[in-house]
Design a protein around this ligand. Structure first.
Ligand code: SF4
Ligand code: SF4
Length: 359
């Protein structure tokens, strides 16, 4: 109970009050917008019933930002946007100005001061998201940030122009857990063998949690050389690496065998066919830093085929469903193999059928 007269600490649970972070013109016209339209790639205008116009300029960010870069971004926002800016879920930076005349000087500073491209709106590729990776996770088998930087360089023209049939969301994830989520095109790291267990370093307190986290119940308690440890039923393991997240002594990463795979057709929007899961397009691409050229080539093949035969407004998954998977493999040149058919025999019989995330 609070002591009378004593100031209580601010509540730190629940969603924060967000209106104080919005551009003042957004707050003034909150819920009173009449329409919005595209001015040109990377620039939108929202028109309110009051007649106010708010121009949004979208820039691609490198996602992993240094303090110095954030200061520069804030300087641009202070100079042009009354100190306000916002990040989208795909790490685009949106700057907002209240007159058409203010748009070009802002774009100049985004190019000259920040060195960022302007684009990512409408039927273009939006900024590519990647998972938190080595910055904050103990699982990464590749450098998602690095591969995304290389890929954005390859796809630069598709970010600054709106020449695709529909918007394309791309993500890169550094393990099979794929915290990058569902995307039109997703790059995922793939492991190719069960975890290698270091029995000398098992922390007993974590063993039940490690057993419980396996999505297919492949982990069993075991006694090895008189000590409590774990074992993996190899034919059940699907090499996801979830156990490695729980216990570092279950090492799943292997620089000699880990490769990259590309999945296509995921989306979370409810439009037309509704949300959809991604499906495997190609796999076995080398995990090849610092530029991952094989990944860039494969993504280009998908986008080129999509540009050629996609209809306006058709997302990548909808395009593939219409032309058929056979045609997709013909157009991209990817090999269709037995691994493209999901025959995993334990998928329906194990106890972990919940969609809840248990990390
Ligand atoms: S859980 Fe996997 S995809 Fe997410 S950051 Fe960790 S390694 Fe990357
Ligand atoms: S890699 Fe995944 S499937 Fe294999 S034992 Fe670990 S948690 Fe289970």
């Amino acid at each position: 109970m609070a002591t009378p007269g004593k100031k209580m600490a601010p509540r730190d649970n629940g969603a924060p009050e967000y209106k104080k972070y919005l551009h003042p013109m957004m707050v003034k016209n909150y819920g009173k917008w009449k329409y919005h339209e595209k001015v040109k790639p990377g620039v939108l205008v929202h028109v309110a019933h009051s007649g106010d116009k708010l121009y949004t300029v979208r820039a691609g960010s490198p996602r992993t930002l240094s303090v110095d870069t954030i200061r520069k971004i804030c300087d641009v926002a202070d100079k042009h946007c009354q100190g306000f800016l916002r990040f989208t879920t795909r790490c685009n930076i949106e700057f907002q100005v209240t007159s058409a005349e203010a748009v070009e000087p802002l774009i100049n500073d985004i190019h000259e001061v920040l060195g960022f491209p302007v684009g990512g709106t409408g039927n273009s590729i939006s900024n590519i998201i990647h998972t938190q990776g080595w910055m904050h996770c103990n699982l990464p088998g590749t450098d998602a940030a690095g591969s995304v930087k290389a890929l954005m360089d390859t796809l630069y023209q598709d970010f600054i122009n709106e020449t695709l049939p529909q918007r394309v969301r791309i993500s890169a994830s550094c393990c099979q857990i794929n915290c990058g989520g569902q995307s039109d095109i997703a790059i995922n790291l793939q492991h190719h063998h069960p975890p290698v267990i270091n029995h000398n370093n098992m922390q007993i307190c974590e063993l039940p949690k490690t057993v419980a986290i396996c999505p297919v119940a492949a982990i069993r308690p075991a006694t090895v050389e008189g000590k409590e440890s774990l074992m993996v039923v190899d034919e059940k393991c699907m090499y996801c690496g979830a156990c490695h997240g729980q216990c570092p002594s279950m090492e799943i990463r292997d620089p000699k065998t880990d490769t990259l795979a590309i999945w296509v057709g995921g989306k979370t929007a409810s439009t037309r066919g509704g949300p959809s899961f991604m499906k495997l397009a190609t796999f076995g691409l080398p995990n090849n830093p610092p530029r991952w050229p094989e990944v860039g080539d494969a993504v280009k093949k998908i986008l080129d085929a999509y540009k050629e035969t996609g209809k306006p407004y058709e997302r990548i998954g909808e395009w593939i469903e219409r032309i058929g998977w056979k045609r997709f493999f013909e157009m991209t040149g990817f090999k269709f193999t037995k691994y493209h058919i999901d025959t995993y025999r334990y998928a329906r019989t194990t106890y972990n059928m919940s969609t809840q995330v248990r990390l």
